[in-house]
Design a protein around this ligand. Structure first.
Ligand code: AHR
Length: 494
């Protein structure tokens, strides 16, 4: 049997919020320092301290929103230590991530400058776990108040006369764990209290994001929604794809066949999680006003041998590309509820887009998926129905192919495809109902590899990269193609 797919080109469902392609960069390992911030005096070419190669690469994928400063780091971060002349900034211990000294050289001003350079919306995560209400409220005043006030005046003294625009603000992170080990009832009360003082100054309107559940903790979602739904704009969810267990996650490269299958199976679990958390949210918010904000997702493997385990540095292979492609197709499917997601993390940490080693930089297979799929940003989701072959592994099986499609503002149709199967190509029949392909042009790009752990290294930075996909036939309303094993592809019909 072939994978039979119908794309209803005239059934536009909902907009795919471009923020689904958002990022997360924490003060963790070499994520910020070296990965993004090298300082103005660095021999690495930089603009105001931000390294140019990383900046250009991130601009190219149109990164829409960037979450900072954590993660677990956020609930230990005291923003006042990260402003003013850099040489005077207080040093602190980054207890969560390797116990290293954090010099606070990358603070609020540097982050806002980075977002401006990227053209990305800043998403700041505030400190509930170890910070005060006053501290959080003053941070918002510092950043956004346009007038005379202690915080606004201080910002001006530090060189920023105009307030910044700040839309997204998270009230704590993982408050069920590293953010304070709270019960949902307690956090719900704290959320109500803290968010009260996250003020809207002038025309700056903040979208408040409550700290959400860990994986399948549906009770957390229930309690938060019941007790605070009217006070939130977004509710977060965290889920990482880990082939093994927390104390033995599996290697990023050189892994056995069964770990390929398990990783993809676990990536697909995101669909179930969104469906179930959404169903709870629907009870309190049937209009879907509140966005589900999946502000941490991605693969989490054992750290690369020989690296600081607290730095969460891992390689990134064609398997990660499949995980990214599957996640995006799932996020699109739920685009009526999922308003933002942030992959963990942008550079040098977990499922990174970019790896650096001193002045060297490489783009990972995951980066290429972000690049190929950026055509979906803010496009209209199209209805897709399909019958798929099974990708069999031992006694288990998964659908062999994942598909999503959208129509952009110029009427172009983009179809994203993943073949999960590590051995067999997928025969595809894509019927674009409502379209005559004889009057259309079809082009494509594909990312694939011969090895399950194919990846890029500083010696071979282009080992895995997208190439043109021309092997697609069109007849009437139907496109047919053979999608190679282990591949992620995008087709454009115009
Ligand atoms: O992304 C790494 C860590 O994972 C984050 O700091 C934390 O929020 C999560 O547990």
């Amino acid at each position: 049997m072939k994978n039979q797919v119908v794309i209803h080109t005239d059934i536009e469902k909902t907009k795919i919020n471009k923020n689904i392609y958002g990022h997360f960069a924490e003060h963790l390992g070499r994520g910020i320092y070296e990965g993004i911030w090298v300082g103005e005096d660095s021999p690495i070419p930089n603009t105001n301290g931000i390294r140019n190669d990383v900046l250009e690469a991130l601009k190219n994928i149109h990164i829409p929103v960037l979450r900072w400063p954590g993660g677990c780091f956020a609930d230990e971060y005291h923003w006042k230590d990260g402003i003013g002349p850099r040489e005077n900034r207080k040093k602190m211990v980054n207890t969560h991530w390797g116990g290293v000294v954090e010099n606070n050289h990358f603070g609020t001003h540097e982050f806002m400058m980075l977002c401006e350079m990227l053209g990305a919306e800043p998403y700041i995560c505030g400190n509930v776990g170890s910070g005060t209400v006053q501290e959080m409220s003053e941070w918002v005043e510092y950043m956004t108040f346009d007038g005379e006030s202690p915080m606004a005046n201080w910002r001006k003294e530090n060189g920023q006369s105009e307030p910044w625009k700040l839309k997204y603000f998270g009230v704590g992170n993982e408050n069920w764990g590293c953010g304070g080990n709270m019960r949902p009832e307690y956090y719900a009360d704290l959320y109500r209290r803290y968010q009260t003082y996250v003020r809207n100054y002038g025309d700056n309107k903040i979208y408040r994001i409550a700290g959400g559940a860990n994986v399948d903790d549906y009770r957390w979602t229930e309690v938060l929604m019941k007790n605070a739904h009217w006070l939130m704009d977004g509710l977060s969810l965290h889920y990482y794809t880990i082939p093994g267990e927390w104390d033995g996650k599996g290697a990023a490269t050189d892994f056995p066949e069964d770990e390929w299958f398990t990783t993809l199976k676990k990536a697909l679990h995101m669909d179930t999680l969104i469906t179930r958390h959404s169903a709870i949210m629907d009870q309190y918010d049937p209009e879907k006003r509140i966005g589900m904000i999946i502000d941490e997702w991605g693969t989490w493997f054992d750290p690369e041998p020989g690296t600081n385990p607290g730095f969460l540095y891992q390689q990134n292979s064609i398997r990660d590309a499949l995980v990214a492609g599957l996640h995006f197709n799932i996020f699109h499917k739920h685009a009526d509820r999922v308003q933002m997601t942030n992959i963990a993390q942008t550079v040098n940490v977990l499922q990174a887009m970019i790896l650096t080693e001193g002045e060297k930089m490489l783009l990972t297979p995951t980066y290429h998926v972000f690049d190929m799929f950026k055509v979906h940003h803010d496009a209209s989701l199209l209805q897709v129905d399909g019958q798929f072959d099974q990708y069999q592994f031992g006694k288990e099986s998964l659908p062999q192919v994942s598909v999503s499609a959208s129509k952009d503002k110029d009427g172009k149709i983009h179809i994203s495809l993943c073949n999960l199967d590590h051995k067999n190509e997928a025969e595809l029949n894509l019927k674009l109902r409502g379209l005559d392909l004889s009057a259309s042009q079809v082009s494509g790009k594909i990312l694939t590899a011969d090895e399950m752990d194919a990846h890029n290294t500083f010696d071979q930075p282009e080992n895995v990269k997208p190439v043109a996909w021309t092997d697609v036939k069109s007849e009437g309303q139907t496109l047919s193609a053979k999608l190679p094993a282990m591949s992620v592809a995008i087709l454009t019909v115009e």
